[in-house]
Design a protein around this ligand. Sequence first.
Ligand code: PAZ
Length: 315
Amino acid sequence: MDSSLLSEIESFFESAPPLKDRAGIADKLKEFIELNSPPSGSSRRRIVCVTSGGTTVPLEQRCVRYIDNFSSGHRGAASTEYFIKAGYAVIFLYRRGTYQPYCRSLPDNAFLECFEVTDESTVQVSEPHSEAVKSAIRDHHAAVAGGVLLKLPFTTIFECLQMLQMIAVSIRIIGPNAMFYLAAAVSDFYVPWRSMAEHKIQSGSGPLDMRLVQVPKMLSVLRKEWAPMAFCISFKLETDSKILLKKADMALKKYEMHAVVANELSTRKEEVVVVTNNGNIPVYRDKTQAGSDVENPLIKLLVDRHSAYIKDSGT
Ligand code: PAZ
């Protein structure tokens, strides 16, 4: 691997603020992986790490202001539900405050809109929301209690990439049974921690000049070093449809992904194109079905591809 990329990655991690509760996260990961893929025993599940939501780039160490990346987390949350339905265990690495699995159909202000106070001592679910609330609670609890959903939140680019590295290194022991589904929108530029202002940047001294450095591309190191046997799916988002497929194909080849899911901002909920070395596969939401989404056929396709990959790898 390119040695300058490796040293950029090293310096990114060395200078990043230490992850809060690193030991606690490591314990949760270990327990989750042992439960779903015990070293001896036949009941081994495949494990997928779904990344979801956008990362922030803080501008001050005691952060008041930050640059954000667009992503509601809807894709990651919906995909997590379909992976669990397909029998996978999911590590859901998500941006705090974004969509959560099983809660997609609840209103924004779920707490205030779904419940009503009937008398001094009784709070109850209001009728129009009762089915949605019941199934959200039931399905979410079943996934967590059944040990097939581990949720790990992040806010900054530093937290997201440090956790992604921990997850990758922890699940490499399951070889090709591991999958990465990298739907999060990860910042391309950041302010290195060492050169970041400690306190709130003052506005009295005129325009602000700030140099953002490129975030080192972690996809190649994920593929080659952290979890070399895992099945890796990355995403490419563009707003200009003319460059989308070309950029996705470049990413496929450059980072040696097993597939790149190409999507355009305005149509991302209706269609995506799965770009692979054997050709491009368009995937559409089934418009004839009320409440359908594009993640349903997308995850079916990727699960099939993952099965073929595991078979080919001879395990
Ligand atoms: O999170 P969301 O459902 O609003 O959008 C999903 C998405 C567009 C962020 C995702 O499909 C994607 O393309 N992620 C990678 C973005 C990128 O190119 O960095």
